[in-house]
Design a protein around this ligand. Structure first.
Ligand SMILES: NC(=O)c1ccc[n+]([C@@H]2O[C@H](COP(=O)([O-])OP(=O)(O)OC[C@H]3O[C@@H](n4cnc5c(N)ncnc54)[C@H](O)[C@@H]3O)[C@@H](O)[C@H]2O)c1
Length: 364
């Protein structure tokens, strides 16, 4: 495949690692990366090492999130960052450092529009933005379509209901020439694809059970955004209440669980993505997991089990297991970039519209 020029929207825990992993993949050239306050563009290829060093600790703070939410409420529109009109929200150092700290970057109040402005020379865009507001990623995607972007969009969103929002506008993506691969991280994403593959032995799938384990001690600082989103899945919390938690309140929740948080029956889009690919009913899919933020070792092995009936009357369970040494960063970003490449193949073959990870596996 020819070289793929790609952009990353959001350089938090996931976006930064995606840039790093891309260095080890063939034919991927990162040409643009943005966060809430800045953008770096180089159509000859970004210097990823410099960007990563400069954005060390680029983790959206609670204050950042509140500021953005308040800005949206006040203006009634834009999801672009609302700054206080000066440079106070441009973080150069420490915990709130950002893309703008890179020598390749400049500050901007409109990072997504600025990326779209460069998009004639971008083959694919990885959306690694927060998902605490359900319509945020669909709206960003719609903006690319409205600008007549021709290329690939990939997101790593998690929630089932977001897929519905995206499925409401396939025409816009098709007309523009966009191949949109959604839910293409680990779960949903990698493990959804694994379930689709494991289902191939069967003529009828009865149950898909996805159970993940993540150990995050050394990656905790970098992945606070993801931990916050996970907390929104706990009983008594939702996206809104999780978004408003202070960092201290998050720490208190982690302490209450002795650093190990268990999740059951999560609203992860693996269910709707498997249903839309015709593998099984969404109701037959369960997702749960265990997150340990104080140990690097996984608290449990990540496993996908698919139970079904074969054409010759047997009932069986196929099991797919991840090696315990594989980190969340490896299991989100490797597949996300793999799906990005699969999306580019489809796009170059003229296939546009919305695809889930299971749609890119053998059919059922
Ligand atoms: N599917 C999976 O397996 C999986 C696993 C982990 C994380 N995720 C998803 O990845 C996404 C990113 O997670 P993270 O931990 O990197 O989050 P994070 O909070 O660390 O990073 C988010 C980044 O987006 C930027 N951003 C926010 N608003 C912006 C705007 N309006 N314009 C431009 N940039 C903006 C922030 O500045 C930050 O750089 C989340 O949606 C999370 O759900 C998916």
């Amino acid at each position: 495949m020819d070289d793929i020029r790609f952009a990353v929207l959001g350089t938090g825990g996931i976006g930064r690692r995606a840039l790093e992993v891309s260095q080890a993949k063939q034919g991927l050239t990162p040409v643009a990366a943005c966060d809430r306050h800045g953008i770096a563009v180089d159509h000859d290829g970004l210097d990823v090492d410099e960007l990563l060093a400069a954005t060390e600790g680029n983790v959206a703070s609670a204050a950042d999130r509140r500021e953005a939410a308040d800005g949206r409420a006040a203006t009634g529109e834009s999801r672009e960052p609302q700054t206080d009109g000066g440079t106070a929200t441009v973080k150069q150092h420490g915990e709130q450092a950002g893309v703008v700290a890179s020598a390749q970057a400049r500050p901007t109040e409109t990072p997504i529009a600025d990326t779209i402005a460069e998009s004639d020379a971008i083959d694919a865009v990885l959306i690694a933005l927060p998902n605490l507001e359900h319509d945020f990623i669909p709206e960003v995607a719609a903006e690319f379509a409205a600008a007549d972007y021709k290329g690939v969009l990939v997101d790593v969103l998690k929630r089932s209901r977001v897929i519905g929002l995206l499925d409401e506008r396939p025409d816009a993506f098709e007309e523009s020439g966009i191949t949109f691969v959604c839910g293409a991280g680990a779960t949903p994403g990698f493990l959804t694809g694994a379930a689709a593959l494991a289902a191939q032995s069967f003529v009828e799938v009865e149950a898909v059970d996805i159970h993940w384990g993540v150990g995050l001690q050394s990656g905790y600082e970098d992945n606070r955004g993801t931990v916050r989103e996970d907390i929104a899945h706990l009983p008594g919390y939702d996206n809104e209440s999780a978004r408003d938690l202070s960092d201290d309140e998050i720490e208190a929740i982690v302490d209450d669980h002795n650093g190990v948080i268990e999740f059951e029956d999560m609203e992860h889009a693996d269910d709707v993505l498997l249903e839309r690919a015709g593998i099984c009913d969404a109701a037959d899919v369960t997702v749960g997991g265990v997150l340990d933020v104080r140990n690097d070792e996984k608290p449990t092995t990540t496993t996908v089990t698919v139970t079904g009936k074969t054409f010759d009357g047997e009932r069986a369970t196929n099991t797919f297991e991840l090696g315990d040494e594989t980190s969340m960063a490896a299991n989100v970003n490797g597949p996300a970039l793999g799906y990005l490449k699969a999306g580019v193949r489809r796009n170059r073959a003229g296939e546009y519209g919305v695809f889930g990870p299971a749609d890119l596996m053998p059919g059922f």
